[in-house]
Design a protein around this ligand. Structure first.
Ligand code: HEC
Ligand code: HEC
Length: 237
């Protein structure tokens, strides 16, 4: 018991030494956002790990409320992440943290997370929804079939758009239509500070489509049976 106490005290001290070092190495005039992100990152990594519930507490206010609307860059529903592939959730969070995904709110949320936080949170959401594999997708109308074939969407997003060929690729069947549309358009955007996603694979895909076509694709994909869920949760468990 006593040994454990000493141990955790040592970890806390090591943690604060790390923070102090990070701060003294900081550039002379960091913006407030940068300063707090650096501090949080330093605390998150070396200290004793809090339980995953504490780490997802702040996600629940958006991802745990069915139908919750975001307003940037346009009004759309917050994506469902429960039941998504763990590797993809981790890849997305890392992309926000690195700035490959520019969405400002999610950047602010992902930036302070350490590698271990991301791994734990991703595993948590991947297994939060207990869902059966979905039934086969219905054959789409001819115009949609043409778009899906042109983009070879199923060759990566897999059977029923729910079995991607790589764990780092997303399940997209049944995701909110308005979110899918925003996400698809974001891969077309280059060189903006607060909107856009720089992913080489999807950038190549969406180039060939108009906004109207991306909307058609989004509406079809959203109508399919889904393994994705919004799981309502109380913050106080
Ligand atoms: C203030 C609301 C809000 C909070 C809080 C929030 N998110 Fe998000 N999240 C969003 C929105 C809006 C998007 C869509 C961003 C975009 O367009 O790229 C998103 C996107 C994501 C994505 C990408 C989903 C996909 O299909 O690509 C993941 C993963 C994610 N959030 C995880 C989290 C986690 C984990 C937390 C808590 C640590 C969290 N979010 C907290 C609003 C929020
Ligand atoms: C060569 C493989 C490949 C092909 C083909 C492909 N995708 Fe993707 N898709 C990906 C990868 C990888 C990602 C994750 C990119 C990232 O990390 O932002 C992705 C992301 C997406 C997303 C974002 C999902 C989310 O939750 O934010 C949507 C929507 C999407 N793809 C739809 C499509 C559609 C529609 C097509 C066909 C027109 C298509 N994809 C073709 C590999 C592919």
């Amino acid at each position: 018991m006593r040994k454990q106490l000493q141990m955790s005290l040592a970890l806390v001290l090591a943690g604060s030494a790390f923070v102090a070092a990070a701060q003294s190495n900081a550039p002379s005039q960091p913006t407030p956002g940068q300063a707090s992100a650096a501090t949080n990152a330093a605390v998150a990594t070396p200290g004793p790990q809090p339980p995953v519930q504490a780490k997802v507490a702040m996600c629940i206010g958006c991802h745990g409320i069915p139908g919750y609307q975001a307003t940037f860059p346009e009004v759309h529903k917050v994506p469902m992440i429960a039941g998504q592939n763990a590797k993809y959730i981790a890849a997305a969070l890392t992309a926000y943290a690195k700035g490959d995904r520019k969405h400002p709110t999610m950047r602010g949320i992902a930036l302070p997370l350490g590698e271990q936080d991301i791994a734990q949170i991703s595993e948590y959401y991947a297994t939060l929804a207990k869902v059966e594999p979905v039934a086969a997708a219905v054959e789409p109308p001819a115009d949609v079939r043409k778009l899906l074939d042109k983009g070879a969407c199923a060759s990566c997003h897999g059977a029923n758009f729910s079995k991607p060929i790589d764990g780092a690729y997303p399940k997209i069947a049944g995701q909110h239509a308005d979110y899918l549309y925003v996400a698809l358009k974001s891969y077309q955007i280059e060189g903006k500070s607060y909107v856009g996603r720089s992913n080489a694979v999807m950038a190549g895909q969406v180039k060939q489509f108009t906004h109207a076509e991306l909307k058609t694709l989004s509406q079809y994909l959203a109508s399919l049976p889904s393994e994705l869920r919004t799981v309502p949760q109380s913050r106080f468990r």
